[in-house]
Design a protein around this ligand. Structure first.
Ligand SMILES: [Zn+2]
Length: 74
């Protein structure tokens, strides 16, 4: 599946998370890491326009150009 894929920017690292943004739709993939006691936890959050998106899988990209076939009509 290539439709709906994001074009991620380079990773920008912060102290406790790192962000990548999609050039097309502005979705932010935030990888968080937190040490809780002796354990390290890593998880991913999705953000768009300052609001968190509740999703486990990557939300599809609405802004990516469809270049692989698309809808062909005769
Ligand atoms: Zn996108």
């Amino acid at each position: 599946m290539s439709a709906g894929r994001h074009a991620w920017s380079d990773k920008v690292a912060y102290e406790r998370h790192s962000d990548r943004a999609c050039w097309y739709c502005g979705l932010i993939k935030r990888t968080r890491h937190e040490a809780i006691g002796p354990r390290e936890f890593h998880w991913v959050e999705w953000w768009r326009s300052g609001e968190r998106i509740e999703s486990v899988a990557t939300p599809p990209c609405p802004g990516a150009p469809v270049i692989d076939g698309g809808v062909s009509q005769t």
